[in-house]
Ligand binder design. Sequence first.
Ligand SMILES: *Cc1c(COP(=O)(O)O)cnc(C)c1O
Length: 360
Amino acid sequence: MRENTGHRAMAGAIARMPDPTGYREVAALETDLAAAFGARRAVAVSSGTAAITTALAACGVGADDEVLVPAVTVVMTVVAAGARPVFVETTADGRSMDLADLAAKTGPDTKAVVAVHLAGRTDGIHDLVAYTRTAGLRLIEDACQAQGTTTGGRHAGTIGDIGCFSLKDGKIISCGEGGYLLTDDDALADRAAAHRTHWQTSAPGTPAGSRLGVNHRLAEPLAALARHHLAHFPEALALRRRQAAALHHAVDDTPGVVPLAAAGGETPNGYSALWRLTLPGPREFSARLARLGVPNSTGTHHLTAAHLHPACSGYATGDLPRAQATVDTLLAVPFTAHDSERDIEQRALTIRQEAASWSS
Ligand SMILES: *Cc1c(COP(=O)(O)O)cnc(C)c1O
């Protein structure tokens, strides 16, 4: 009897789920996303990593082409950049890609630059727009951590040619796993949409079925969930901003833990609170914070400068010293919707106490 009731409940739940064959929820999500972020087009995909690979494919970047990527980044962009990622050194202040190094590394095979807005910060993006326009390169924004950040009144991810976002759990809009691209360029959007689904749709100059694509589709039920979260995005964004402000405020004036203020004209999304550590042994310090319940970039997520990843050959320790120092001294503490005011107070206390005993 109990089993019967269970079956009936499940059948009811399945009947209420969106139609998995129509892609109506995906289409509606794309309309909603474009409107929410002020972009002409949105293309939903299966992850943030898929968004970056799809963006590069839409830009016509092939296996033999070079993509310039900041050395201060996460492994997802390294994977997405494909066979020949070229890592770019950081500016002296550690906040963006060094334009001189970028220019020096731009060669005949270079097709695109990926800007990565770590911790929701877009430092240097306007300089990158100017550089890539002059150099004839595509500019892709990895805005996976920057949902809701604005700079000069525009959303992060709508400034370059294509912006890439993740809908993974932990990002500000989420549906478990998923992602999307934003662009104002119809041809790029059509090519991204075709690539995502085995080129079963057409794009300018390439009829349906004329090329090979991949399956990076977002599933209908996940699109329905993402639409729900998108409808509550303003509250979710306001919460992150309050959390980040509260943690920054409570850690203020802690010697060795220097807050990184937002760049001029930018309103960050509060994805992470962000400091530069001037303490000795910053990675060890961050690892200790992680053990004491303060999640952070290097201690919890083992962030290293990308060129030092074991999979990246041709680079050695010391090759991009500013990028390495930037990653090692970064303290980015991310939030989730579940972090309470008490959790944040506790984290602040831990950071203050540990910093005080570390330096003495
Ligand atoms: C989360 C994230 C991604 C991609 O994440 P997926 O797990 O593929 O959805 C890419 N870049 C950055 C900076 C991220 O934080």
